[in-house]
Structure formats: C-alpha cells, structure tokens
Design a protein around this ligand. Structure first.
Ligand code: BV8
Ligand code: ZN
Length: 229
C-alpha cells in the first residue's frame, strides 16, 4: 500500500495536500475531536463562533490568547517536514502556522491563522505574537479577534477559490489528519475528480471509503516513508 502510494506521488506531475489537526497532533497541538479534543474545558464549536464572541468577547479572547501562547511553543514535526520536502501546495484547515515554519510553500490557510489579530473596529491586522486579544486595539481602542474562520463564517474567498482550483487540477491528493466532517473544506477531496486520493489517518473517516489508498497510521511516521529524501 505504502509502495503504491509512494509510486503515485513520485510519478505525478501535479500533487496537492489537504491537512487537518491530526498532522499537528505529534507536535503536541490538541486535535478538535480527538480524545484530547477539549480545549481547556471548552469545545471549539462553542467558542469558535461569532455568537460566542458577541455574547462574551473576553472569554473568547482569553481562550484564543491561551491557544496563541500554546502554538508559539510548538515545533513542526516530521510529518510537516516531509510535506515541505515533497514541495506540493498544502491546503490546510489548521491555523497553527506549522506548515509555513516547516518550509511548505504555498500554504493555503482556508480557516485563517491564529497568529493574526484583527481589530473589529478599524480592521487593523497585526501578526505580532505578543499582541494580546484581550487588550484594546492600539489604533482605535476597538475589540480584537483572531484572524480565524469561525463556524458560520465564510472562508476567505481568494484562498478558497485557489484551494478549489488546485484540488480540481491535481492528479494525486494526499489527505492527512482530518476527520473530514467540517465543510466546505471536506468537500475538496470530492472536487479532486481526476485525482488518486491517498488518506493518512490512524482512524477511519467518512473519506476513507472514497480514498484509493487509506493508510492507517500517524502522519509523523507515514509521511517520511511516502516522501523520498
Ligand atoms: C460555513 C478555525 C457558511 C477556528 C475551524 C451541518 C452539516 C454540515 C455542515 C454544517 C452543519 N452545520 C453547520 C455546518 C457548517 C460548518 C460545519 O461544517 N460544521 C461541522 C462541525 C458539521 N462549517 C462552517 O461553519 C464553515 N463556514 O459553512 O459558512 C457560509 C457560507 C457562505 C457565506 C456565509 C457563511 C466554517 C468552518 C470553519 C470553522 N473553523 N477552525 C479555530 O481553530 O478556533 S474548524 C476546526 O475543525 C479546525 O479548523 C479544523 O479545520 C476543523 C476540522 O477538524 P480537523 O482538522 O479534521 O480535526 P479533527 O480534530 O476533527 O480531526 C483530527 C483527525 O486527525 C482525526 O481524524 C484523527 O483520527 C486524526 N489524527 C489524530 N492524530 C493523528 C491523526 N492523523 C494523522 N496523524 C496523527 N498523529
Ligand atoms: Zn482598531
């Protein structure tokens, strides 16, 4: 199975990668729906929404400040590094920036970036990791929010359009570490009509049946075997 998947990756002209929280699990980042999927006693679906921010902005800002602090301490793992060596475009649902730090290029962050702070008052954007969302905007005193896509919010248009274009054009789509339940990101694998789909995940997902090869295992162990060098 791995030999066949490696052969497809080696011989394809156009490869694309789609990743989810599972690829960052071995870096220590809790996944959303796994056993460690509770983020400091909060379910992401409860706090990663505009309604939660409207209801209790400080709770949501503190939760993201806590996550931003965590993410700054994580390192890319051997799975991120193997994908950087592969050199294919990475479409990621993750907001932790680990693909970029491993050297992947381009990285399409369809759910935004937790490293970005955006002012809901004047729209000012700030990538300084020391910025605290609980502090008012330095420019206008407005409330800061994380530059991520919340549930019920639409995805960044240009990034999404590019992700759709790359998925539809690729010959091999490598899907790593996603439970494939969040839409529209999960629909990208179905958009890759002409592609051979290789899934890497320790568990079965709704995508496993449609994948041409579904490799049961951890990204940090399997990806280095798939990517030579
Ligand atoms: C939108 C950023 C509309 C924030 C996130 C009912 C049915 C279908 C859809 C919906 C529905 N009700 C609502 C919806 C839409 C909703 C949705 O899909 N909900 C789901 C929960 C049903 N989607 C939205 O709201 C999207 N927007 O639809 O807007 C619209 C349209 C037009 C105009 C206006 C509005 C926005 C979705 C984005 C939400 N933001 N994150 C933040 O991070 O705080 S989503 C969040 O979950 C993450 O970003 C992640 O992307 C996403 C999915 O999680 P995964 O990445 O897959 O991670 P998960 O923990 O689930 O799975 C981990 C996997 O890794 C597992 O399979 C595990 O086995 C595996 N794994 C574990 N260890 C390893 C491993 N794999 C490899 N190696 C390992 N070591
Ligand atoms: Zn402002």
């Amino acid at each position: 199975m791995i030999a066949k998947a490696r052969e497809w990756l080696q011989s394809a002209e156009r490869v694309a990668v789609l990743t989810g929280a599972g690829i960052s699990a071995e870096s220590g980042v809790p996944t959303f729906r796994g056993p460690g999927g509770l983020w400091r006693n909060h379910r992401p679906e409860d706090l990663a929404t505009p309604e939660a921010f409207a209801r209790d902005p400080r709770l949501v800002q503190e939760w993201y400040d806590w996550r931003r602090g965590l993410v700054s301490r994580y390192e890319p793992n051997s799975g991120h590094q193997a994908l950087a060596r592969l050199g294919a475009p990475v479409i990621t649902q993750n907001v932790d920036g680990l693909h970029q730090r491993a050297g992947s290029e381009p990285v399409l962050e369809v759910h935004g970036s937790i490293g970005l702070a955006v002012c809901t008052g004047c729209g000012r954007e700030d990538r300084d990791p020391r910025t605290l969302l609980v502090e008012p905007c330095a420019g206008c005193g407005g409330k800061l929010r994380p530059g991520v896509v919340w549930f019920g919010e639409s995805l960044p248009e240009e990034v999404w359009a590019e992700a759709v274009r790359i998925s539809a054009a690729c010959e091999v789509l490598l899907v790593v570490g996603t439970s494939a339940v969040v839409y529209p990101a999960a629909s990208l694998a179905r958009l890759a009509r002409r592609a051979k789909v290789i899934e890497v995940n320790p568990e079965e997902t709704p995508l496993s049946g449609a994948a041409h090869v579904s490799l049961r295992g951890k990204a940090g162990e399997i990806l280095p075997q798939l990517v030579e060098g």
